[in-house]
Structure formats: C-alpha cells, structure tokens
Write a protein that binds this ligand. Structure first.
Ligand code: KG4
Length: 338
C-alpha cells in the first residue's frame, strides 16, 4: 500500500494543499490572497478570514488533482508554525478535524524546516536530492538564515538576521519607490533592465555569520530623499538603476556571509530556499558562487520558493516514516528558532 500524505500550509497569506504518494508529488494547489495588495502588506485578520474561505476548496482540489479520495490518505501534515497565529489556527484546526474524521495520524511541520526540505520534493522517482549535511540560505519575507541541515530532523541555524529579512529589504525599498506589494518580484523585473553599479548603498559590518539589512534600507531612503530635493522625478527617471543597484547590494550581503559560513562548515551541497530565492539575480549569484567554491548548488523550482504545501507534505513524509506524530492537543506557534 502506498504512503499518501496530504500537506496543508496556512502560515501567512497563501492557502495551500498538496498530496505526496510514496515521496512523489501528485498535486500542489495554492490560493494567494489579493486582498492585502491595497494595504501594502499582509493584514493578519484578513489573512485568517481568507484562509477560512479557501481551505475547503483548496484541499478538495488537491485531492481531485492527485486522483485520490480522502480515505486513501495515510496522514495529514500541517504547518504548525512559525507564522501568523490566526492563519495557522485555520490550517491546524482543519488538519486536526480531518485527522480525527479519517482516524489517521497527524504530523506537525515547522515551516522553516519545510522550506529547507523543499529540495526533497520529487516529481519522479529518479529526481535527485541534496546530500546531508548541506547548507541552506533561507531567505524570505520574514527570515534570513544560514542553516546547516545534518538530517531532516537535525538543523542548526548558524547565522540569521539581527533586524530586517532580505525580503523585507526588497519590499520596503520597493514601497518607497511606489511599487506594489510585495515589491520583491517588481525589483527583480526592473533590475534586469538597470545598471547595478549606478548607485552605492551601505553594507553592514556585523561580526560572525549574522545578517543585517536595516542599514541598507536607511541608506536607500537617504539616497531617494537627497535626490528628490533636486529632482522630483528622480525615482521615475532612475527606477531600473535603483532596482538593479539595490538587488546587487542585497546579493553581495547574502553571498558574503554564505562564503564565510562555508569556510566554517565545509559541506559539499549548498541550497537556497524561501520567497527571495525566486529572484533571478540571487539564483544566478548562487550558481556562480557554488561553481567558484566547487560545491553543488540546489536551486528550487520557482513554484517551491514561496509558501506551498508540497514542501510541508515532503517534510511531513520524513516525519511520518520516522513515526513522529503530533498530539491533537498541540497548539500552533507564531515564533520559533529551528
Ligand atoms: O517565503 P515567502 O513566500 O513568505 C514570507 O516569508 O512571507 O517570501 C515572500 C518574500 C517577499 O518579501 C517577496 O517580495 C519575496 O519573497 N520575493 C522576491 C521575489 N519573489 C518573491 N524577492 C525578490 N525577487 C523575487 N523574484
């Protein structure tokens, strides 16, 4: 009999459900939430409400696309945290209800572990996966971490941001340029057309492997403020160059610490994950970095960079095989260290 895992993700503003059978992905359905665009950021209460509207149709569609019925499921894996508590509650309650109704085990998944384990989502049995131990640069709207994964259950954060995340740097700078939320993809698109050396923004001098992006944000703001005094159309005229220079600076900061981390933790495989790993410049820079350092790069499919349930099901599959089940009494959690 096959082991069939349903994954449920609801930690932020994407409702997603996915089915994995014996480690192979059968479906991955994601419903985004446009409602937040008008506010320039995710509004937690609106996110919870949208999850409630989306969760039944999203799970039904994931089962339909996988060609299975609920009675074929071996277990339900769900994101227990970290994330927005109200959003997590929707997925957690739904997963618990389904597990009770079907009388099958419940597997709780740490959202950040799931991002790392997204490299183990297989479309065919022949698909290759990273070798443990591997290093992962986890860059999203809420986190920027360098993690060493020694097994699917043993992950150590060796560096992290002390203030903003890389995605926040993209989004906040994009916002002051008047770009829609989330700004990361817009900066990516504009950066391809601009000169990355047109502007210089400050880079942090933080000891060790930790990141900082708040200084870059301030320096970006000052550049705009000073130039707007001279020319009110400064942003309009320099959109592409501003985006390219900002993106190049973020990439430099990311790669600099990753290089240091690889010296301290010499592994042979280096992966990226999280929403910012969809960035074209970041993907190219990681490929080049790994080539220079003689290590194997793992760049996720774009569909698996942002929040998705396929990675939750993949992480849940590891835990299921390990018989690591979750008690029905466990609540979701908003914050965590890996
Ligand atoms: O992992 P994710 O979906 O969830 C959160 O942590 O919320 O990451 C979202 C982040 C946002 O900051 C978004 O701007 C960024 O990922 N992002 C990008 C790109 N696509 C998404 N940043 C830069 N370039 C992109 N192409």
């Amino acid at each position: 009999m096959s082991t069939v895992i349903l994954g449920i993700e609801s930690s932020c503003d994407d409702t997603s459900a996915a089915v994995i059978s014996d480690g192979i992905l059968l479906s991955n359905v994601i419903a985004g939430q446009k409602v937040h665009e008008a506010y320039g950021g995710v509004v937690p209460e609106l996110a919870s409400r949208a999850h409630q509207q989306n969760i039944v149709p999203v799970v039904s569609e994931a089962l339909r696309q996988a060609g299975i019925s609920a009675s074929d499921l071996s277990a339900i894996a769900f994101t227990r945290g970290p994330g927005l508590l109200g959003s997590l509650l929707v997925g957690t309650s739904f997963a618990k209800g389904m597990s009770i109704g079907l009388d099958i085990p419940l597997v709780d998944v740490n959202h950040l572990h799931a991002h790392l384990l997204s490299h183990f989502i297989k479309r065919t049995p022949e698909d290759e996966t990273p070798e443990f131990p591997f290093m992962c640069l986890l860059i999203s709207g809420g986190n920027s971490q360098i993690v060493v994964a020694r097994s699917p259950f043993d992950m150590e954060i060796v560096g992290k941001t002390i203030d903003d995340a890389a995605g926040e740097a993209f989004d906040k700078c994009a916002k002051v340029m008047g770009l829609p939320y989330p700004g990361g993809p817009h900066i990516d698109r504009l950066a391809a057309l601009g000169n990355p050396k047109a502007f210089r923004f400050s880079k942090p001098h933080i000891p060790g492997l930790d990141y900082s992006f708040s200084g870059l944000k301030t320096s970006f703001l000052y550049t705009l403020r000073d130039n707007l005094k001279e020319d009110p159309e400064f942003i309009e005229k320099n959109r592409e160059d501003l985006a390219a220079s900002l993106q190049a600076t973020i990439i430099d900061i990311l790669i600099d610490k990753l290089g240091k981390a690889l010296k301290e933790y010499p592994v042979k495989h280096v992966a990226i994950g999280g929403g910012v790993s969809a960035n074209s410049g970041v993907r190219k820079a990681i490929e080049e970095f790994c080539h220079r350092r003689g290590v194997r790069p793992w760049i996720p499919e774009r569909a698996f960079t942002t929040d998705n349930a396929a990675m939750v099901a993949a992480a849940g599959y590891f835990k299921y095989l390990n018989k690591d089940f979750c008690d029905l009494s466990l609540p979701p959690y908003s914050r965590v260290t890996v």
